[in-house]
Design a protein. Structure first.
Length: 299
């Protein structure tokens, strides 16, 4: 459906080496930051003090994203992924996404191997490229793999050994420090294991209802990732800094900009910041015509 609606790069939502359950309903709530333009700034006090979340879905849209990266088992997602790859039209490509699953008692080596296994399962579907997700709390509650660039480097080496010439991208969350970001680039692209980055994922915030109580039900869900309009500034900042590092190091890799793209102007802003390609999740959920609107704006 995404291809038919003109989204030429369609991500196949992150899969795992095994079936993985979803967080309880609700997963999506409307999120209302305090600032006049509805933006959330990484590192700001508001993220820890609480941001209002409810069912009043205003435009431009910002939402919570609290799914827990569920996955079907490979015997379900592999044939489905094959069908999705075959659905791509001229100039379109399916972008499979995967991540490792850290389970109780797993050693670091086993965790690394789980990534390589999942990448091999994707390769078996005939994928032309793939993206490894390091931007969800796969390291435990609120802990992201992309905050450990050296481990990402080791994992991408194992993955690359498995997938050979198939281009590998890494999905990154917002990384505030330029030094950490540069280390990420050096430990991956610098070793020839990674050909691009996709960024950003959601920004973590404490979500509260109108009475100041936890908005999403259940333990460990006091915070959730926020996506949509609120995070565009952070996404543009991350893309611009990544592009500057690319220039500085003279390395060749692609940047896919994502985060808060809800209009043609947002697409252009990402391209101006240095993105080679642009994606939208929340914006596309709320407006299935978004790709068509963007394309007609650049003709
Ligand atoms: C419903 C939904 C599901 C998502 N699932 C994934 C996922 O499985 N893997 C991933 O890397 N990002 C996932 N994301 C994050 C998006 O890829 C994107 O990085 C983020 O939402 C920011 O873009 P946006 O502001 O356009 O939504 C998901 C986002 C939404 C809205």
């Amino acid at each position: 459906a995404a291809f038919r609606m003109g989204f030429d790069l369609a991500t196949y939502k992150t899969v795992r080496s095994r079936a993985w359950g979803c967080n309880p309903f609700p997963n999506v709530l409307a999120v209302h930051p305090k600032s006049a333009d509805g933006s959330l700034t990484p590192g700001s006090a508001e993220l820890d003090e609480g941001v209002l979340a409810d069912t009043d879905y205003e435009q431009p849209i910002s939402i919570s994203n609290s799914f827990g990266v569920p996955s079907q088992s490979p015997d379900v997602w592999q044939p489905d992924m094959r069908a999705a790859i075959a659905a791509a039209g001229l100039g379109q490509v399916l972008v499979p996404s995967f991540q490792g699953s850290r389970v109780e008692g797993m050693s670091e080596e086993e965790y690394i191997a789980d990534h390589a296994t999942t990448a091999r399962l994707i390769k078996e579907t005939g994928a032309k490229l793939m993206v490894m997700n390091t931007s969800c709390p796969n390291e435990g509650h609120n802990r992201l793999l992309c905050h450990n660039p050296l481990l990402v480097g080791r994992i991408t080496e194992a993955v690359k050994n498995e997938i050979g010439d198939i281009p590998l991208m890494v999905k990154l969350a917002y990384i505030p420090s330029d030094d950490d970001l540069e280390l990420m680039v050096r430990s991956t692209v610098g070793h020839g294991t990674v050909q691009g980055f996709s960024t950003i994922n959601t920004i973590s915030a404490k979500l509260v209802d109108a009475d100041g109580n936890q908005a999403l039900p259940g333990a460990g869900r006091d915070r959730s990732g926020v996506c949509g309009n609120a995070i565009r500034g952070a996404g543009l900042d991350m893309v611009a800094r990544l592009a500057a590092i690319r220039e500085k190091l003279g390395l060749d890799f692609k940047i896919n900009g994502v985060g808060g793209v809800v209009s043609p102007a947002d697409y252009q802003a990402y391209r101006n910041a240095g993105a080679d390609s642009v994606m939208s999740a929340t914006g596309a959920m709320w407006d299935a015509e978004l790709a068509r609107k963007i394309k007609s704006s650049i003709k």
